[in-house]
Design a protein around this ligand. Structure first.
Ligand code: NAP
Length: 424
């Protein structure tokens, strides 16, 4: 099986090394010998630490896709173009494609899946979500008959590293971000991670597969972790929770609609997701018959991601030999439940004047908007007091209305906004 590789960076180079190391063992097990014949990169002269002849590197992506000596394409370039054109052209020529490109699939997944099904070859993408964790295949195959109610994932290693450090060391967001950048866990420009864009792309792909729907990044409600402070983490800890950035995809309104969202959440300390630390990822799936499942492991990095690609390549090679492919199905656009229509418990905290009648004024606003309080805490901080509430399950629009009205009360000096609480 002659592989044409598009991109030889972190993931592509790790994939070349893995194929070189494992090709004999794979041939003994499957009867298929994998070899990488041609590699497209931007700079064909750069040294990459991979054992391939210098002549294998080219800068023309099309020349790899079109090459009659290439049977299968691995796309590890990233970005929308020229990846989209290259994948479409390869599928059109009957060449299976394995891709790690979450940005592309979260934008054009349904379109790409339709092309793959129409041409009758594989488009496999295990590496696009949660790197080395086998999750897409179990979701797509093992759980095919399972009505999935909700999927909740910690799918971004950088933000989980930052939140874990803040939790364990009581450190502030900015200090931990600097440490994460020094250790190589965060990019110099961390926006895609800390503002939740990366998690939103993965959330869109997860929702598409879990609910056979055409879900795109822009459909995902998104909040990052930049507003989470050491104080939020400490309050969560005192109340028996851990703050995590969650990607959530769930059926709502009697299963007719979908909610897709990425935001920080208070996860009960006893929930399996609460124990996922450092840069690890985990995805928690709730099915009607199977109950709860959790998939855990390294969600990024060259080697884990290359491992997921290699598994897909072997599958695609076996399928190509059998002249079959994994059907992806056609995905229609779903109806999404707006975040304001969701119900949840919420953590709300305020700095208020420390004087008589303040609590009464604040709880009056909650009562007027039909939001009831499950737990409250008051801590004196000099002239002021910090008031912390956990609500019972309430409609988000009502909680937002409370926040707006409380902001207008003279006794409320500042509000930390809301953090949604995962009910166990
Ligand atoms: P990377 O290190 O930036 O590598 C990208 C590679 O693609 C480079 O070799 C680059 O060539 C080549 N390339 C980019 N644009 C090209 C073009 N127009 N023509 C030819 N070659 C081009 O990226 P990466 O971290 O390996 O990520 C690759 C993909 O894997 C992305 O879709 C990413 O989302 C996905 N992914 C990454 C991880 C991870 O941990 N890194 C995990 C899961 C999924 P040059 O080297 O010459 O610049």
């Amino acid at each position: 099986m002659r592989i044409g590789l598009l991109g030889c960076g972190n993931v592509g180079a790790a994939f070349v090394n893995l194929v070189n190391e494992r090709a004999t063992a794979i041939a003994e097990r499957t009867g298929i010998r994998l070899s990488i014949t041609k590699v497209a990169v931007r700079d064909a002269k750069a040294s990459r630490g991979v054992a391939l002849p210098a002549g294998a590197f080219v800068t023309d992506v099309n020349s790899v896709v079109e090459d009659p000596d290439v049977d299968l394409i691995v796309e590890a370039m990233g970005g929308l173009s020229p990846a989209r054109e290259a994948i479409t052209a390869a599928l059109g020529k009957g060449k299976p494609v394995v891709t790690a490109n979450k940005a592309l699939l979260a934008e054009t997944g349904a379109e790409m899946f339709a092309v793959a099904d129409a041409t009758g070859v594989d488009l496999l993408f295990e590496a696009a979500v949660a790197g080395g964790i086998p999750f897409i295949r179990p979701l797509r195959e093992s759980l095919r008959g399972e009505p999935i109610g909700r999927v909740m994932g910690i799918v971004n290693g950088t933000t989980n590293f930052i939140l874990s450090k803040m939790t364990e060391e009581g450190a502030d967001y900015a200090d931990v971000l600097r440490e994460a950048q020094r250790l190589g866990f965060a990019e110099a420009d961390p926006t895609a991670d800390v503002e939740g864009f990366d998690a939103a792309a993965k959330c869109a792909i997860i929702a598409s597969i879990a609910f056979a729907a055409d879900v795109r990044s822009a459909d995902v409600y998104r909040e990052g972790i930049t507003s989470i402070g050491a104080n939020d983490i400490a309050v969560a800890h005192r109340l028996g929770y851990v703050i995590k950035l969650l990607a959530v995809a769930e059926r709502t309104k009697g299963s007719e609609q979908l909610s897709v969202r990425v935001h920080p959440a208070m996860v009960p300390a006893t929930h399996p997701l609460a124990s996922v630390r450092d840069a690890y990822n985990a995805i928690f799936v709730e099915g009607a018959a199977v109950g709860s499942l959790m998939f855990y492991g390294r969600g990024a990095g060259g080697d884990p991601t290359a491992s997921a690609i290699l598994g897909d390549v072997i599958d695609a090679a076996v399928n190509l030999r059998k002249e079959t492919h994994a059907m992806l199905g056609s995905f229609a656009r779903p109806v999404f439940t707006p975040i304001n229509d969701m119900t949840s418990e919420y953590l709300l905290s305020f700095e208020v004047l420390d004087q008589p009648g303040v609590l009464h004024a604040i709880t009056g606003v909650f009562a007027k908007n039909g939001v009831s309080i499950r737990a409250a805490e008051q801590v004196g901080i000099g002239e002021s007091a910090r008031l912390v509430f956990i609500t019972h399950s309430a409609r988000e629009a009502s909680v937002q209305q409370c926040l707006g009205e409380l902001g207008g009360l003279g006794v409320v000096k500042s509000s930390d906004g809301l953090i949604r609480v995962v009910e166990q």
